[in-house]
Design a protein around this ligand. Sequence first.
Ligand code: ADP
Length: 446
Amino acid sequence: MFDKVLIANRGEIALRIQRACREMGIATVAIHSTADEDAMHVRLADESVCIGPPSALDSYLNIPSILAACEITGAEAVHPGYGFLSENARFAEILGEHGITFIGPSPEHIRLMGDKIMAKKTAVDLGLPVVPGSDGAVTDGLEAAKIASDIGYPVLIKAASGGGGRGMQVVRSAEALSTAVLTAQTEARNAFGDDAVYIEKFLGTPRHIEFQIISDGQGGAVHLGERDCSLQRRHQKVWEEALSPALNVEQREKLGNLVAKAMSDLGYLGVGTIEFLYENGEFYFIEMNTRLQVEHPVTELITGLDLVQEQIRIADGARLSYEQSDISFSGHAIECRINAENPKTFTPSPGLIEAYHPPGGLGVRIDSGVYAGYRVPPHYDSLIGKLIVYGRHRTECLMRLRRALDEFVIEGIETTIPLFQQLLKEPDIMNGDYDIHWLEEFLSEA
Ligand code: ADP
């Protein structure tokens, strides 16, 4: 097992990984920008290295600096967390070239799934159902028009290298299509340095349902059930729950076993998430994330597994020590993303946290790196913490979530806590009756 792991991230996820390492007796190295000198992930690490100025490009995305930090501290492995370099195949490759283990999948698999067109082709080959659409990139308006009329409007133009909910455009009529393809290509080139776009049927009322898998690259692979992440704003998840209120046991087992087998066939190593849209009883693959997800704790609460420790063990060459029949799901878990944002306009609200009192008690987990007196820097993502609540069933979970939100005190900055308090008054939310457009509609009516 590794003696020392460098955590190439910041905020709550850096702390989350530190906790896993500490329980395994592994020393931790934090990296940080000059804006994060006072961050909790730096304070609690065994060692820390400043890797650059506030801009993420010069710090958390700065591969030469991170490599130097590994060499100075003698870290044997790097955990990338999520975001930043977590899905950068070249980073994983460079670490390998320097004899440092990347805690994650092989560069080949990161690259394969990072290209959404290749990912979709792979999904088809592995026997997974996909959203109807173009077989590969579309290059001109004529070709696009043919595909769109075959699958029917509305269609969605997506960037092959897109991510984080960006690079998508809905087209509702043939007249608008060729201009939309051109605009999408230009936007994709500017945002992702790759102008490949593809076309998909735009689904009207789907849920976003994703399966967590874990695979040891040596044939062992299991699924850990699904998460329902349908509550989204601008294609970004806001609230996640496990299991989905919409699936039954047979559906779960059927698709879960299919994705686990697909990962075993692929020889995939690590944790991963296979994302689907679900509408009228049918599943459609949209993409795979080859990393730990923000919402992984809801899966941990219903399975009892520590996903970060599993990642570390597998990266160290261990085989899975359990089979699918050893995995069982108990109770219900919901995660709310607490962002430093105005709860109505969603404008970022960085600044000094004057008072901080997190909720506690049975079934309440807080993953956060903030404290009273901490200044939320303006340079990064506005996620400042996650409130994750467990109950024996969904109703208990919802009641506990309401209680926990009422206890939560964060003063000095604005947060999304009031939004979640609002949501818990909605019958649709209480009944689990919502799709990927529900939240946007709710916000536009408010
Ligand atoms: P990203 O990598 O940017 O997160 P995804 O392909 O995972 O992109 O899609 C993000 C979200 O966009 C989905 O959760 C869903 O809300 C919406 N979306 C994606 N594909 C479709 C589709 N074909 N029809 C309707 N909505 C879609």
